[in-house]
Design a protein around this ligand. Structure first.
Ligand code: PMP
Length: 423
């Protein structure tokens, strides 16, 4: 395959954006880890079902029945994409953050009545850290070592030392793109009698993931990072906790029967989906899952590996550029690369890339403050992330632009007072 071409077409690939010099250029979207552009296949599916849109699970009319069928078929498709087992539940949420908060409210108490505790590493996105700290049993946060091997040993030791109900781990870091060995993590958690949830927000868009194959208990991810817009995400996994857990939202649709003194809650997924469901969001996410699932085996990984390898190689050759890394030992990273440029404010570099080159990246601390502090980059970094629609040419544009910044500086200076660029 020609890797200069995207591996799946995305909407808006040729959008032109203004440049500070008065011209314009084609936008290079290297911020897929934040929100990925929708697939053309998603747009087509949404166009197809939007005219059929009506209330889900509530109406007797024909279109309500169609919408309900579409919503439930989307649920099945989303679950299948992450290898849901026959008795797993797929709950449609708003996004990864929502899914993790939902699960945090479903952690059971221990047989002695004490609330279940969660074990988590300090490399996590805040969405996979704060909900556990706020949960009734709280969380223990381990500072990861500089190798995966040693980090796994630390996890084993902590699980042997104290009683944990759940391990929460990222599938791939939203800062460095580096992955963790999921099956090993699953074995470690299960050997200690704990369950494990995988934050796959940065994994599902970039790699295949299966609950069945990995043995993980729960997986969460976001539609807007998986090439679908419209505020839908998912929590998929073991039924018992989700059936017994406190309903995430109280309201219509989550109950069997209500009197003025009693409520009979429905089992999952309805139990946690009160309110009118986001049918278009679910359908869009399902369409994205199906399109990704229909790619030839290994195609997504091959496409991203070409882009990531060139990104790392090109950026590392630039003087003063430091690529952020978690692990000294090897792993299978996804297409997310964060870097700093010596003596340069990441926000200024990112603004320059946008204003002078039409390149979209993210800068900041990526909702992973403890990790960036540990890596010694309290002032933040710049993150370039690729996806199915990214081309090698876009990666080359970034490398050339950062090289130009380092060699010549910018023609423009940033007017901090007025928040704009001045040439
Ligand atoms: N986990 C990871 C690894 C992420 O990258 C993100 C988004 N940056 C989240 C969780 C939260 O996702 P969302 O904002 O869609 O809830």
């Amino acid at each position: 395959m020609n890797h200069h071409t995207p591996c799946l077409p995305v909407v808006g690939a040729h959008t032109r954006v203004p440049l500070i010099n008065g011209g314009s250029t084609t936008y290079a979207n290297l911020d897929c880890a934040a929100s990925a552009p929708a697939l053309v296949a998603v747009q087509e599916r949404v166009n197809q079902v939007l005219p059929l849109y009506a209330s889900v699970h509530r109406g007797a009319g024909y279109l309500s029945q169609v919408s309900t069928a579409l919503y439930e078929a989307a649920r099945t498709s989303i679950g299948q994409h992450v290898g849901a087992r026959a008795d797993d539940v797929t709950i449609i949420t708003r996004h990864t953050t929502d899914s993790l908060n939902l699960l945090a409210g479903c952690i059971p108490t221990n047989p002695d009545g004490t609330p279940g505790k969660v074990l988590v590493l300090d490399i996590e996105h805040h969405a996979n850290l704060l909900p556990w700290q706020a949960a009734s049993g709280g969380a223990t946060v381990i500072t990861a070592a500089t190798t995966i091997r040693e980090t796994l040993t630390q996890l084993r030791a902590e699980l042997a030392r104290d009683n944990y109900t759940l391990v929460a781990a990222t599938g791939a870091s939203n800062v460095t793109g580096e992955a963790l060995p999921i099956t090993e993590l699953v074995d470690i958690a299960h050997a200690a009698g704990a369950r494990i949830v995988i934050d796959a927000a940065q994994l599902v868009p970039h790699r295949g993931f299966s609950l069945t194959t990995s043995g993980a208990d729960y997986v969460v991810f976001s539609g807007h990072k998986t090439y679908a817009p419209f505020g839908a995400g998912a929590l998929v996994g073991r039924r018992d906790w989700l059936d017994a857990g406190h309903p995430y939202l109280a309201g219509g649709g989550a109950v069997h029967n209500v009197t003025l003194t009693t409520i009979t809650w429905a089992p999952a997924p309805a139990r946690h989906e009160a309110g009118s469901p986001n049918v278009i969001g679910a359908v869009a996410l399902a369409a994205a899952c199906e399109a990704l699932g229909n790619l030839p085996a290994g195609e997504l990984e091959r496409h991203e590996n070409v882009l990531r390898t060139r990104l790392v190689e090109g950026l590392s050759a630039i003087e003063g550029v430091r690529i952020l890394r978690l692990w000294e030992d090897s792993c299978d990273p996804v297409g997310v690369v964060s870097f700093t440029v010596a003596q340069c404010d990441p926000g200024l570099v990112a603004a320059y890339l946008s204003a002078e080159h039409g390149i979209g990246v993210r800068d900041g601390r990526f909702c992973a403050h403890p990790l960036l502090t540990r890596l010694g980059v309290e002032n933040g970094a710049i993150r370039a992330s690729v996806g199915v629609g990214t081309t090698v040419d876009e990666v080359e544009r970034l490398i050339a632009a950062v090289t130009q910044w380092v060699e010549q500086g910018s023609d423009a200076t940033y007017d901090i007072i007025n928040g704009c660029w001045a040439v």
